[in-house]
Write a protein that binds this ligand. Structure first.
Ligand code: NCD
Ligand code: ZN
Length: 346
């Protein structure tokens, strides 16, 4: 008998859509399965004002395939010059769903991010007052800290002090990659959540480094040891409302990935739902997939879950995903889980 699973339509709580030709090529894949997504603001130049966010939202909506229903939830890129009044206005009008903190230098296009967290405390205090969440790229950038330790160091040096200083601020720790991140989120009952990516549930750092360097598995935060991956899988598949899906699908062209200084990011929007069904089945947790992909995120953001549904069907033969998609900017390699996947999503 064919196994099927019907879920409320999922949302993607961390997504890079880029702009221009790339936007037009990758957006249909997200709109295919997801109803809403939190849109990352790390364009060049970054989306720092409400005006820029609205213009970007218009470009996204204009690039949607005919008839597609997809709601981009906009974020502002926090800088040391962010105006609390602009943030307040964007929240009041309902146009801004969150503000994104990039420590300067932590990842792709983060140069305009925050160097000194003290400088943004006023705007963070305003956000706590009005109830606007802060999405956090949780890695320190100090060159003396090993890249595999940067998330754990961020929790101790930045996140925990920030939470003590502004206890009312709602924080989302994005793309958690470590046991320490999972433990920290579990230690807090209210006001702290975490997104987990699809690829961090599937690969550990061997995928990037063992048997040759494989740039398509390089993303930030970088995948860690196996023990961390197992902690992420436990958190994702547990049903715990504090953990939910943010794919962090982050397309870069092959030219920029297969490069002496390759860009960070895995492109997963096209196969995420199939891969998640595979992972949750492996963990005997298919019953919790809906919580992870469709229910927990809306609870964190104070939104209703979607009313329509998506159906996952387990086939007898593997689902074939393209190895690459063509974009106006050049080919983009699709994340390869290195195993066959039998779950089709529609
Ligand atoms: C993202 C990108 O390319 O914009 N890359 C990544 O590896 N995840 C940035 C980010 O989310 O860190
Ligand atoms: Zn990201």
């Amino acid at each position: 008998m064919t196994q099927t699973l019907t879920l409320r339509r999922p949302d993607d709580w961390h997504l890079h859509l880029r702009d221009g030709d790339m936007l037009a090529s990758v957006l249909p894949h997200s709109a295919n399965h997801f109803a809403r997504a939190i849109i990352m603001p790390n364009l060049v130049p970054p989306v720092v004002t409400v005006k820029q966010a609205l213009e970007y939202r218009d470009r996204i909506v204009a690039a949607l395939p005919k008839g597609a229903k997809f709601q981009p939830l906009m974020t502002l890129y926090l800088t040391e010059d962010t105006d609390p009044a602009d943030v307040t206005a964007g929240h009041a009008s309902g146009d801004i769903t969150a503000v994104k903190l990039y420590p300067a230098g932590a990842t792709t296009n983060s140069q305009s991010g925050v160097k000194n967290i003290e400088k943004v405390y006023p705007v963070l205090e305003t956000m706590a007052d009005i109830g606007l969440p802060l999405c956090v790229h949780g890695e320190v950038t100090n060159p003396e800290i090993d890249i595999f330790d940067r998330e754990a160091a961020f929790i101790d040096k930045v996140l925990d002090p920030l939470r003590r200083r502004i206890p009312g601020l709602k924080i989302l720790m994005e793309h958690v990659t470590t046991q320490q991140g999972v433990d920290y989120v579990k230690s807090v009952d209210e006001g702290l959540g975490a997104t987990l990516t699809t690829h961090h549930l599937i690969i550990n750092r061997n995928a990037i480094l063992a048997g040759g360097i494989r740039p398509h598995y390089y993303c930030l935060p970088v995948a860690k040891r196996e023990g961390h991956r197992l902690a992420l899988r436990q958190a994702a598949t547990s049903g715990d409302r504090r953990f939910f899906l943010g794919t962090d699908s982050a397309p870069h062209t092959d030219l920029l990935k297969e490069n002496a200084c390759g860009c960070a990011g895995c492109f997963t929007s096209i196969n995420t739902m199939s891969l998640l069904a595979h992972v949750f089945e492996e963990e005997n947790a298919l019953d919790n997939l809906e919580a992870f992909a469709s229910l927990n995120g809306p609870v964190f953001y104070g939104l209703e879950p979607n009313t329509d549904t998506i159906t996952l069907t387990k086939l007898d033969t593997p689902v074939k995903f393209p190895e690459k998609i063509e974009t106006g900017a050049g080919p983009v390699t699709v994340f390869d889980p290195m195993f066959e996947v039998f779950w089709a999503a529609a």
